[in-house]
Design a protein around this ligand. Sequence first.
Ligand SMILES: Nc1ncnc2c1ncn2[C@@H]1O[C@H](COP(=O)(O)OP(=O)(O)O)[C@@H](O)[C@H]1O
Ligand SMILES: CC(=O)N[C@@H](CCC(=O)OP(=O)(O)O)C(=O)O
Length: 269
Amino acid sequence: MKPKLYVVKIGGNIIDNSEALRSFLTSFAALKGNKILLHGGGKIATQVAEKLGIPTEMVEGRRITDHAMLDVVTMVYGGLVNKNIVATLQSLNSNAIGLTGADAGLIRAHKRPVNDKVDPVIDYGFVGDIDAVNGKQLTAFLKNKLLPIIAPLTFDPTLGVMLNTNADTMASAVAVGLSEFYDVNLVYCFEKNGVLLDADNDDTVIPVLTPELYATCKTAGAIYKGMIPKLDNAFAALRNGVAEVTICHADQLGLALTKKTAGTKLTLG
Ligand SMILES: Nc1ncnc2c1ncn2[C@@H]1O[C@H](COP(=O)(O)OP(=O)(O)O)[C@@H](O)[C@H]1O
Ligand SMILES: CC(=O)N[C@@H](CCC(=O)OP(=O)(O)O)C(=O)O
């Protein structure tokens, strides 16, 4: 039997709130066993870019990343956000090591090609589509009792440049890449109680979500915006060898993993 591994992703709305982040990191530090954390930070990148006079443009939930924006996201995700999380975890006696996809060649990607099949043409700039996750290297960190904290940055090994990659996609790819070695439980933590029937009412958690129910909710407009790519990534993980996927509130991390009542569990039906 393969050992168990938790791959946890924490979203931008929690990262933007220092109290909520500390509380989440305290639960994460208390989680026993092998674990990896992937973080976002999109909200902070937008705020820092604005201070620098760099406008933010998002297309289908993805940031258009020109040279100036690449500098911002590299500084914000790989520096500010990543190191604050590492420092907090170290203060909680967790031996965290902060990484991007470039460090130790962990997550290779290529620059997303310009889409000229649409009008107007979409050029995401320095946005990376993942080609490979170095599961052996990540496993080596875990075996050495280091706790990997991964920023949403990949790199292109041919061009030698950093690339901006959505944190939900990173979490799904890392979970899939490690499912060869571990029985992986992928957990998406954010600021709501799970996938909701009514996105404005935290009492309407869908306890078990199948692809069929997802399609119905999407058509009805009950699941929209950032939740759509999150669920596409989450179902892709299940289809590609990840044992379990949960979507829950950042406060419910411990609960969602021990009880069946917290958050939304995904199933292929
Ligand atoms: N049915 C739904 N249940 C919960 N959230 C939903 C739903 N439909 C849309 N959303 C939106 O999706 C957002 C989460 O996606 P996103 O902002 O990308 O997450 P993250 O903060 O983890 O990066 C929620 O803040 C909410 O506004
Ligand atoms: C290409 C792309 O869009 N990358 C994301 C990476 C950060 C992220 O995903 O952060 P959250 O999880 O907080 O949304 C961005 O720059 O917003």
